[in-house]
Design a binder for this molecule. Structure first.
Ligand code: PGA
Length: 257
């Protein structure tokens, strides 16, 4: 069983929810209240871009993150948001390479690689999603390794302490009807493999320092297992982060002891 050697990191990915600023603020305030006395878990909330300035002004107890960014610093890129803009609005983290962006917006590994680099360059922590497409795929390890090789290609050993990785198998994300979370055993196997890949790239000591989270149908009922048995240092939470009570319970459940 795992001893908790890193503070758990829980990242709420609100995706394209909720529809109004009023609802977003109400939800954020509830989460803020619920976690205000919890110092054993690092909570990051990633709302849609448009709510970031509102949350920044509130000085909440959680850290602020975004769900995407562009790879260029500034210029004629209609509709895009630069890493520096996010940093200047108080973001500490940015989710990069979520599978929904790969699938709906054809985001490629090459694009994701550039976004990882661009966010590190301005001091944002990239939360890099990695995961195989199909459940039980015999090539899953090869897929994970290939993704890591491409996405982390520009990162130096020194910068490696500034990234967060998420093992997020696409088949376990709750937006697909009827899916189930990976088992803690699936998670443990993937995360230990990812650690091997990191150790080969940057050495054992650096690899050990990197947070690797699990993502995909995380709930208050299963978060503990992913940390205790699955080798995860926390989680990227989608649907369950849209209910303040559920998310706060999930945060509490992630503290082992
Ligand atoms: P889920 O989403 O928790 O709703 O499965 C996770 C994610 O897509 O980041």
């Amino acid at each position: 069983m795992k001893t908790q050697n890193k503070k758990p990191l829980l990242i709420a990915n609100w995706k394209m929810n909720p529809p109004s600023a009023k609802e977003a603020l109400a939800l954020a305030k509830k989460v803020d209240q619920g976690i205000k006395n919890i110092s054993d878990v690092q909570v990051v909330l990633c709302p849609p871009f448009v709510y970031i300035p509102i949350f920044h002004a509130e000085k909440f107890n959680f850290l602020l993150g975004a769900q995407n960014c562009f790879w260029q610093k500034q210029g004629a890129f209609t509709g895009e948001i630069s890493p520096a803009m996010l940093k200047n609005l108080g973001c500490s983290h940015v989710i990069i390479g979520h599978s929904e962006r790969k699938n709906y917006l054809s985001e490629t590994y090459e694009v994701i690689r550039q976004k990882v680099k661009a966010s590190l360059d301005v001091g944002l922590i990239p939360v890099v999603c990695i995961g195989e497409k199909a459940q039980g795929s015999p090539n899953a390890k090869r897929e994970l390794e290939l993704q890591m090789q491409i996405l982390l290609a520009d990162i130096s050993r020194t910068q490696s302490s500034k990234i967060v990785l998420v093992y997020e198998p696409e088949w376990a994300i709750s937006s697909v009807k009827g899916v189930q979370a990976a088992t803690p055993q699936d998670c443990e196997a993937a995360i230990s493999f990812m650690k091997e890949v990191l150790a080969r790239k940057w050495g054992e000591a650096s690899a050990k320092g990197i947070h690797i989270l699990y993502g995909g149908s995380v709930r208050k009922e299963n978060i503990r297992e992913f940390i205790e048995k699955g080798g995860a240092d926390g989680a990227l939470v989608g649907a369950a982060s849209l209910n303040a009570q559920e998310f706060v319970s999930l945060v509490k459940e992630s503290i082992l002891g």
